[in-house]
Design a binder for this molecule. Sequence first.
Ligand SMILES: [Zn+2]
Length: 414
Amino acid sequence: MKRTSRDIRTANRYEVLRQIIAESPTSRQELAAATELSLATVATLVGELLDLRMITEVGFEDSAGPARGLVAVNASGGALIGVDIAETYVHVELFDLGLNVLARADEDMGPGESLPEQVVAHVAAAVGSVVAQAGIEGARVLGVGVSVPGQVDRDTGVSEYAPNWDWHDVPLLDLLSEVIAYPLYLDNPLRAGAVAEMWFGAARGRGDTVVVNLGTGVGAGLALGGGLYRGVSNSAGEWGHTTLVLDGRLCRCGNRGCVEAYVGAAGIMLNLRELSPRSPLLHPDDQTATIDALARGVGAYDPVALKVVRETARYIGAGIANLVNVLNPEVVVLSSWVARKLGEPLLHEVREAVARHALRRPLAATEIVLSPIPTDPACLGAATFALEGALQSLGQRTATKRTTLARSRTAPPS
Ligand SMILES: [Zn+2]
C-alpha cells in the first residue's frame, strides 16, 4: 500500500506525541534524537500538537547551555477509552492523555453470551460506567479503541472471524456506534498488546519483539523493525493456530494439533484432566477458577500443579522456539491473563523448554520475560489506537482550517 505524504506526516506526529507521553517533560532536541526526525520537522509537529492542546509548554531545561524549552503531555487535554473484549469478560478503562487510568469497569460474560448484541450491550454498559465514574464530559472523549479476539478489518470495523464465538463478518463497529456516540476504532488483542509493550512495557527502547498472548485464545503480537507488523491483510501473528502436533487435538479453528489446543486456557485444563482426571484443581467449565487453582497449587508445591505447568511450558517452549528461529527477536514477552496468573514458575519452565528447541545463535540474542505492564495491556493498546485515530482526524481538521485560512488571506479583495 502506498503511503501519502499526509500518512507520513500523521505517523510522524503520532511518533512525536508517543515520545512526549513516554518521556514528559522533554525538549525538541531530545525528541529529534529519539525519533530520528530533523529538529525543524519536530518543531513543526510540536507546534501542531500545541495548537491541538494535546501538549503544553512547561518551562526550560535546567542546563548550562542555551535554554531549551520543555514540553509535556497535557493530561487533561482529552480522554481515551480502551475496550478489551475477551471470551469471558469485557474490561474497559478510561485514560487521560498521559495514558493514566482514570476509571475501570468490568462485565462478566457467561458461556452462553456469545451473540453480537449481547457483547455490544456489555461494552455499552461498561463504557457508560467509566465515563460516569471519571465525571468527565462526553465531549472530552477523543475516541474508543476496541480490541476483539480473532481477525478484524480495521477499515470497515468488521470482525471477520472470531473462532471463540464462531462469528463471521460481524459489523461490530456499526453495532457499537448505535449505542456509543464517540469515534470507534477496532483491532485485536495481539496488536493491542504489542503496542502496549512498545509504549510502556518490555519492548520499549528494544529491538524486534514478539508478544506472546496466553489467555483463552493464544497468539503473537509482532513489533518488528520499530513498528507493528500487521501482514498484508492484518492477520499476522496467528501463532496459536500453527501446527504443533500432527493429527493432534481438535482445535476450535477446525484444524488439529494447533498450539492453542495445548496452551490456551482450555488446552491447559485438558492437560490437567489427562494427567489427573479427578484432580480437585479442575473446575469444569471455569477456566479462570482452574488457572487460579493451578497457580495456588504451584505456590504450594503441589506435584500435579507443577507437572501441568511443566507440561504446558513444554508446548509453549517448542512453539516459542519456532518464533525465535524464524524471527530472531531481541525480546519475547509472555502476556495476557494466563501468563500473569502462572507468573515466574511458568516463565522459568518456558525458558528451559525454549532452550531445548531453539537454535543456539538466535536463542543467545533473545530474552524471554513476563509483561511488566501492571494493568490490562489490551485496554492500553486499544486506547493508543483511539489516540492514533483521533490524531489523524484532528490533524485533517487542522490542515483544512489552515488551508482555508491561507486561502482567505491570499484571496483578492472583493
Ligand atoms: Zn487452531
